[in-house]
Design a protein around this ligand. Structure first.
Ligand code: NAP
Length: 285
């Protein structure tokens, strides 16, 4: 039976530490870290994410600035707001909630957020920094996973790690972080002919596919660490991950549940990146 990696409890513990550091930060510099979150349109899931980000800011003691813009907002209007926030010294992190309406070019938006305020780490400058291993921010989901591995004392050096999925927000940066943690890393994707043959060799399997029941018990070896990034709905409409939890739990040494595993760590890492950004700003010559 695997040990459950509790992202909810770990996330709360990390946020408590951030709250303490924020108190010290405020005493030292006389202001709080600030995070601006922009939402365009009224996608219900996005609204929930934005609300949770605001709650997390309150919990750790940051200022949160929320901009709820109508769906008809033009790209130019959004870029104007970003330019204002880039120039605002009370804002240390800027995040545009995805997805944005189709008439707005998301890539252009990302490029216009100053890299030093890009707490999502989507700007090519930050992506490049991750590649060379000299970075300030890491995309929140992969960062949350490495934090969880560290909190549970999971050895990574010399281990084999398979990441399933190669998206820019999860799979690719995740693989790079595991490489920095001295794993031997393999990335699988939709053109990998036999994913199971690859994952069965892995000490650590990170599934970021977006398909319920994708990672079956017979695709992992005994004692593997299973990190389930997936957020899917099964046939009954219940939230579930990419792994068949019942099967994998029997063979794995550690496993993250869905919900309550990777998800709560993601928002916590956004808070961590924001404090880091505020510290860098405060110490700028
Ligand atoms: P994505 O952009 O859709 O990427 C999915 C990846 O899975 C792609 O690289 C795709 O390969 C690969 N894939 C699809 N079918 C496959 C197959 N049969 N065999 C092997 N690989 C396959 O998704 P994402 O944004 O990375 O997200 C992945 C999952 O994580 C989603 O369920 C998402 O909701 C969840 N997620 C959770 C959090 C969290 O905080 N918990 C955060 C972000 C995402 P190709 O590149 O070849 O198409």
């Amino acid at each position: 039976m695997a040990i459950l990696m509790d992202g909810k409890a770990t996330g709360a513990k990390v946020r408590a530490r951030l709250a303490e550091k924020t108190v010290e930060f405020k005493e030292k510099y006389g202001y709080a870290p600030g995070l601006a979150v922009i939402i365009v349109g009224d996608d219900p899931a996005s609204k929930v994410y934005v609300r949770n980000k605001k709650k997390a800011c309150e919990e750790v003691g940051y200022n949160s600035f929320e901009y709820a813009l109508p769906a008809e907002t033009t790209e130019e209007e959004l870029l104007d707001l970003i330019a204002k926030l880039n120039a605002d010294n009370s804002v240390h992190g800027i995040l545009v909630q995805s997805p944005v309406p189709k008439h707005i070019d998301e890539k252009k938006i990302q490029l216009n957020i100053l890299p030093e305020k890009d707490v999502d780490a989507f700007h090519p400058v930050n992506v490049g920094k991750i590649m060379i291993g000299d970075y300030d921010f890491v995309p929140c989901t992969p960062a949350g996973i490495t934090e969880l591995l560290d909190e549970y004392g999971i050895e990574t050096s010399g281990k084999s790690c398979v990441v399933i999925g190669r998206s820019n927000i999860v799979g690719k940066p995740m693989a790079m972080l595991m490489l920095h943690k001295n794993c031997t890393v393999t990335i699988c994707h939709s053109r990998t002919p036999d994913v199971g043959a690859v994952t069965r060799e892995a000490d650590i399997v990170i599934a970021a596919v977006g398909k319920a029941d994708f990672l079956k018990g017979d695709m992992i070896k005994d004692g593997a660490v299973v990190i389930d990034v997936g957020m899917n709905r099964n046939a009954e409409g219940k939230l579930c991950g990419d792994a068949n939890f019942e099967e994998c739990e029997k063979k794995a040494s550690y496993i993250t549940p869905v919900p309550g595993g990777v998800g709560p760590m993601t928002i916590t890492m956004l808070m961590k990146n924001t404090l880091k950004s505020a510290e860098l700003f405060a110490n700028k010559d």
